[in-house]
Design a binder for this molecule. Structure first.
Ligand SMILES: [Fe+2]
Ligand SMILES: [Fe+2]
Length: 367
């Protein structure tokens, strides 16, 4: 039996899985059957099996019986560009960490033992810091149909990233539309807050500061969508409080502050916790004087600290029934005055560097 080349990045638990795979009892019989079949006349060559997939729209790999990748078509190379190098490496070394552990245990056992017609199907999620996640369904089946012990297998990927994202976001955009029916003075505010938040986050991503290493391509993509949801909980605030002209009484403020918790509740089914974090914590302040929980400093999720800057900048720029619109320069000055009290001081420093981008976003998306 061929030996696996072990990738130093494969975690300990997965090495154990590899050992288990190598010890499968029924593999010996299958190996013998393969040997006799290789000598059989009329067997299709590897290249003739691969040829139909070369220009296929579907990303396709070929693996041998040891699950070493022996071929990748151009669609597959394109799908995983920047994530992995494929041909010559073992499938489990390349993709092992992207599957559930139970799936890793089953894949080779299933396709070699002949259970389910030497085939397997499942799903995987591939991510790196620089690129947004790729979610795929995975289908594995024999390269040569009818073989008693297939020597090669086709691994076909179906990229469902965009489809899943579109469906998910359509549902949450409907919630946002519902909340906008109640909160009628927001105009393009929520669109701008998305843009500012994404802009500031991209700057943090490129800064190389260790505190921001958790920011990856998914974080940027998510905050550019989820920042707009920060006030979705206002759907639960009575109209006469939400639209009241003039100052709110103490008990009216108490009800208004509940929009943070309501928003977190509404967004609790969103798969990324960032949705809840933004809704719940966008009114927290760096010095612990915010609401709903008076969180302090880095106890406040990074996403919420970013959205707080975006939200307040835009609120200051906008004219409201109780206040005039402020110029960009005055707004920036007020934001800087909030450094270390309202806002994360290091985020405000970065905001100060890119404030002109905020101004451009505001001008390009005026109500
Ligand atoms: Fe809010
Ligand atoms: Fe807002």
């Amino acid at each position: 039996m061929a030996e696996y080349t072990r990738n130093v990045n494969v975690p300990e638990g997965e090495l154990e899985v590899l050992d288990e795979l190598e010890e499968l009892d029924d593999l010996e019989d299958a190996e013998e059957a393969l040997d006799s079949e290789e000598a059989a006349p009329g067997k299709q060559t590897r290249s003739s099996l691969q040829a139909p997939f070369q220009s296929s729209l579907f990303p396709v790999l070929f693996v041998d019986r040891d699950m070493r990748i022996i071929y990748a078509n151009s669609a597959c190379e394109k799908l995983f560009t920047g994530f992995f190098s494929l041909v010559g490496n073992y499938f489990i070394d390349v993709f092992g960490k992207t599957f559930a552990v139970e799936d890793i245990r089953q894949i080779r056992q299933t396709i070699i033992s002949g259970a389910y017609g030497f085939s397997w199907k499942g799903s995987t999620q591939i991510k790196s810091r620089d690129m947004a996640s790729v979610q795929t369904r995975v289908y594995i089946f024999p390269a040569e149909m009818g073989a008693k012990a297939p020597g090669e297998f086709v691994v076909m990927f179906d990229d469902v990233t965009e489809e899943n994202k579109r469906l998910l976001r359509a549902v949450f955009l409907s919630l946002l539309e519902a909340s906008k029916l109640k909160d009628n003075d927001t105009g393009k505010h929520i669109t701008r807050v998305n843009f500012y938040s994404k802009c500031l986050t991209e700057e943090l991503f490129g800064s190389g500061v260790p505190a921001y290493m958790k920011i990856d391509a998914d974080f940027i993509d998510n905050i550019g969508f989820l920042a707009s949801m920060h006030d979705v909980g206002k759907i639960g605030v009575p109209d006469d409080i939400l639209n009241k002209e003039g100052p709110l009484s103490d008990w009216e403020w108490a009800i208004m502050r509940e929009h943070t918790k309501n928003g977190a509740f509404i967004l609790s089914t969103y798969p990324d916790p960032m949705a809840k974090e933004i809704a719940l914590s966008h009114h927290e302040k760096w010095n612990g004087s915010g609401y709903p929980f008076r969180l302090e400093g880095e106890m406040i999720p990074l996403s919420a600290r970013i959205v707080a800057i975006a939200d307040v900048y835009d609120a200051l720029r906008m004219e409201r029934s109780y206040k005039p619109a402020l110029s960009h320069e005055v707004t920036v000055q007020k934001m800087i005055e909030g450094k270390g009290s309202h806002f994360d001081p290091s985020l405000i420093e970065i905001f100060r560097c890119i404030a002109q981008d905020f101004q451009e976003i505001y001008e390009a998306n005026r109500d």
